[in-house]
Design a protein around this ligand. Structure first.
Ligand code: ADP
Length: 288
């Protein structure tokens, strides 16, 4: 049976480190969150982030906007958080309501305060393998793999999903760690065959039961990023009972990747704070 790659213990270790570092900071670091709309999942994610900040001594400031908020209003809320100069990091909880453009909002977050790593400056720096603030979920997955001694270098990785917050940055990080990477998505023919190539399979599609036993090579490591809310509670992309007999390692849902995402958000907030103190991050890089 696959070994269980649990995230909670590692997340607790990381949080302890954050708490210790925060205790030496005066004033404490602060995270600004813009929550627009009334999506219950978004509200619950923001609550988890507030709680994690409270546990580690980070101040959190949540700006709530109604479900009729436009992209422009979200951008204005970000600008206000920035100009008040109180918060070190800023994020907008996604999805945005209505037709608000998440790309415009990401561009409005100053790269030095961009704790979700979605500003094009951070995206570009990530793909270039430069110092940057990287999206929390894939950063947490890299930490989980390292913590369990799972070698990435030279191995075949398949990422299912090409979102800006998970799939794409996951591929960038796996490339930076010397994996051979394939990105599959909703238009990929024969997903099974593609996934069966993987030594490391990361699924971030948000479709319960998408990854079956037939998708998994014997001994592969399977990371389940899916978080679908069903009657049975939070459900991943992976048909766990089938796959755990084939994989060598598998993340549970819940308790796998989720807790690490939050832990990485706290670390990113400290990274923004440190950059603010030292002006180090995003010093212009040489052109050549
Ligand atoms: P997340 O934020 O967790 O990455 P999104 O809903 O934004 O989730 O993105 C889901 C991704 O999963 C998309 O990139 C989409 O192309 C991919 N996807 C959806 N359905 C399938 C499928 N049947 N096979 C492979 N990939 C899929």
């Amino acid at each position: 049976l696959a070994s269980l790659l649990r995230g909670r213990e590692l997340a607790a270790l990381i949080e302890a480190g954050v708490l210790e570092r925060v205790s030496r900071m005066d004033p404490p670091p602060a995270l600004g969150v813009v929550l627009a709309g009334d999506d219950p999942a978004s509200a619950s994610y923001v609550r988890s982030k507030e709680k994690a900040c409270a546990r580690t001594g980070i101040r959190s400031v949540v700006v709530r906007l109604g479900s009729s908020a436009s992209g422009r209003e979200v951008v204005e809320a970000v600008a206000a958080l920035d100009s008040e100069g109180v918060v070190d990091g800023i994020l907008c909880q996604l999805p945005l309501p209505g037709r608000a453009d998440p790309g415009l909002v990401a561009s409005a977050i100053p790269p030095r305060k961009d704790v979700d790593g979605l500003n094009p400056v951070n995206v570009g720096r990530l793909w270039r393998g430069e110092d940057c603030i990287a999206p929390c979920t894939p950063a947490g997955i890299m930490r989980l793999l390292a913590h369990h001694g799972i070698e990435v270098r030279g191995r075949r990785a398949v990422v299912v999903g090409r979102s800006h917050i998970v799939g794409r940055p996951m591929a960038a990080m796996l490339i930076a760690a010397d994996a051979t990477v394939t990105v599959a998505h909703s238009r990929t023919p024969d997903l099974e065959a593609v996934c069966r190539e993987a030594d490391i399979l990361v699924s971030a599609a948000g479709i319960p039961g998408l990854i079956r036993a037939t998708h998994v090579r014997e001994g592969a490591v399977v990371v389940d990023v899916g978080t679908s809310r069903t009657e049975k509670g939070l459900t991943g992309d992976v048909a766990f009972e089938e796959v755990e007999g084939i994989a060598s390692g598998i993340t549970p849902v819940p308790g796998g990747v989720g807790p690490l995402t939050i832990a990485m958000l706290l670390e990113n907030t400290l990274k923004c704070r440190a950059a603010r103190d030292s002006h180090s991050l995003h010093r212009p890089a040489p052109i050549i």
